[in-house]
Design a protein around this ligand. Structure first.
Ligand SMILES: [Mg+2]
Length: 411
């Protein structure tokens, strides 16, 4: 079997998605997600101009060899653009191999290790009463674990909190497009001391309202120094978090060591990581509890499987990044991995717009807060190209973040 065609398809059924479609001489096709939120067209060029010409005429069954060829052969290693492009090829080739076998991908990864995949959803509100409404909405949708994000008194806008409950609730599973993409970057504001004072009061209120059982998560979005993160982890210990996510930027992996030494709040990190090397110290020294990379930004199913096996040696679990900017193709690949690996932790899942479900027809299902990849051969996603063409690319950026004196800060 040979690859005879590879197309890059860009569509915006609510937000931009980049999809690679590989076609073989036997008429079998495979899909891979290459979406890099806010920098989408750089991956389109990387694939069209530099990767697709290398794929034509090659054997789609040689997944590992193709991965190594693209990773090592470029000389310029790592980085989100390169690894999103390689991920799209890797997932498309796994999709083809599983279709040839007539099996859902999870069967090729060792078969199911569980019956279904637990997820968590996002609850947010500018105020605590709005947050409570949002938590109730997620519980009504079936979620059994919830990420908590709120506004901070004195700040106009905060990560993960949309302005007004109507918008906040519109991003639910069956909802309208999220409004966190903009033609120019939205400018949010930040004050670490106000945030650190406010968060324990929020979690105390949520525990009082919803009881001790509900797993609660929180994302600090890389905004704290290690000692600030240590203080936050410590101050949230009475509220029994499932995890504290991205508490400090991890370019310096040793920063997490300082956090770890001060708190028993479980730590999760890795959604912006591209390779196992970003995790080397964190995993080997057991400085974290969950690895958070997405199939789409980590080079695909092949390297993420290896990361999970490495993490398992240190009692660290998976928690694949799954916001709305991971397309249903990337999400499907994630769910197959989740079902197959032993050290599964939890899967992030925010749902999609109704239009996205039409453009990307998928076998995976969401019920009672749990996902299942379905039994369709391959990853179980087909792209309606005609419908995709009706929703063209729109320029969009993620927000940026400034301190109150105007200094740019991590978003
Ligand atoms: Mg996150």
């Amino acid at each position: 079997m040979k690859i005879i065609d590879a197309q890059v398809i860009v569509t915006n059924p609510g937000r931009n998605f980049v999809t690679l479609k590989i076609t073989t001489d036997e008429g079998i096709t495979g899909l891979g997600d290459a979406t890099l939120n806010g920098r989408e067209l750089s991956v389109v060029s990387y694939l069209r101009d530099h990767v697709v010409p290398l794929l034509l005429g090659t054997d789609p069954h040689r997944i590992e060899d193709t991965w190594q060829y693209l990773y090592r052969g470029a000389y310029w290693r790592r980085g989100p653009v390169t690894m999103a492009a390689i991920a799209a090829v890797d997932v498309a080739l796994w999709d083809i191999k599983a279709k040839v076998a007539g099996l859902p991908l999870y069967q090729l990864l060792g078969g199911a290790s569980r019956d279904r995949v637990r997820t968590y959803g996002h609850a947010n509100g500018a105020t605590v009463p709005e947050l409570f409404d949002s938590v109730r909405a997620r519980l009504a949708e079936g979620y059994q674990a919830v990420r908590i994000q709120t506004g901070v008194p004195g700040l106009k806008t905060v990560y993960g909190v949309h302005q007004g409950t109507a918008i906040a609730e519109a991003d639910g599973v069956a909802g309208a497009p999220r409004l966190d993409q903009h033609a120019t970057p939205l400018v949010e504001d930040w004050d670490t001391r106000a945030y650190l004072r406010h968060m324990p009061t929020v979690f105390e209120a949520v525990r009082n309202e919803f009881g001790p059982e509900l797993p609660l998560l929180h994302d600090a979005h890389h905004r704290l120094t290690p000692i600030e993160a240590a203080r936050l982890g410590k101050s949230l210990e009475p509220y029994d978090l499932f995890w504290l996510e991205d508490c400090t930027p991890a370019e310096n992996q040793d920063g997490l060591r300082l956090v770890r030494e001060h708190t028993t709040t479980p730590l999760a990190i890795g959604e912006v990581f591209n390779t196992v090397f970003d995790y080397q110290t964190l995993v080997a020294d057991q400085l974290i509890d969950y690895v958070r990379s997405a199939v789409t930004h980590f080079g695909g199913v092949s390297p993420l499987r290896k990361l999970f096996d490495f993490a398992a040696q240190h009692q660290i679990k998976s928690a694949i990044h799954g916001p709305e900017d991971i397309s249903p193709v990337g999400m499907a690949a994630a769910i197959h991995l989740d079902l197959a690996i032993h050290n599964f932790g939890i899967q992030e899942y925010s749902g999609y717009t109704a239009r996205t479900h039409e453009v990307f027809q998928h076998a995976f299902t969401f019920e009672d807060g749990h996902l299942h990849p379905g039994e369709a051969p391959g990853i179980g996603v087909e792209l309606d190209e005609e419908m995709a063409a009706g929703h063209p690319y729109e320029q969009a950026y993620l927000p940026v973040n400034r301190l109150q004196d105007g200094t740019i800060h991590d978003w």
